[in-house]
Design a protein around this ligand. Sequence first.
Ligand code: AMP
Length: 174
Amino acid sequence: MNLKEFIRSIPDYPKKGILFRDITTLIKDKEAFASCIDQIVEKSKLFDFDKIAAIESRGFVFASAVSYILKKPFIMLRKKNKLPAEVHSIDFELEYGTATIEVHKDSIGQNEKVLIIDDLIATGGTAEAAAKLVQMSKAHVAGFIFVINLFDLGGQDLLIKNYKVESLISFPGH
Ligand code: AMP
């Protein structure tokens, strides 16, 4: 199934010049959503990993379904102040200002191998921050799977220098 047809592109959202790639039109179609999860599961066979981690919040939609199918533990990387217990925390650059993501200190064990899943990679800043959280837990990044790669933004090319990276579909531009 060609998942690209199910992504809605919305110009100038959330600000002028951004072409927003909307996954809600993919996940509301039961066949497209199922095919997307199956395709991630297929790609995951290229990786050696113990746990799956995903980035709030669209990453959760895909990664939790994959965790269920593969019977792998699921780890939430959340925005600042959402996790109740002790956390590792990392600040990173966004287009406007900075953001913070966190993981519970007891979520990922030393030397575990973690596959990180997200809906989309643009500049790669969010993905790099997720990798740092795994490393702060003294664990290893097994690699990344994205549903969408915005290849003009260069994030995937950046990550590929240090990690194994797969994505299901690609779009140009921002
Ligand atoms: P980045 O850190 O630049 O790789 O941005 C990745 C995050 O921002 C992803 O988790 C996406 O959900 C979101 N994002 C960035 N650009 C877009 C876009 N054009 N359309 C939809 N989501 C985007």
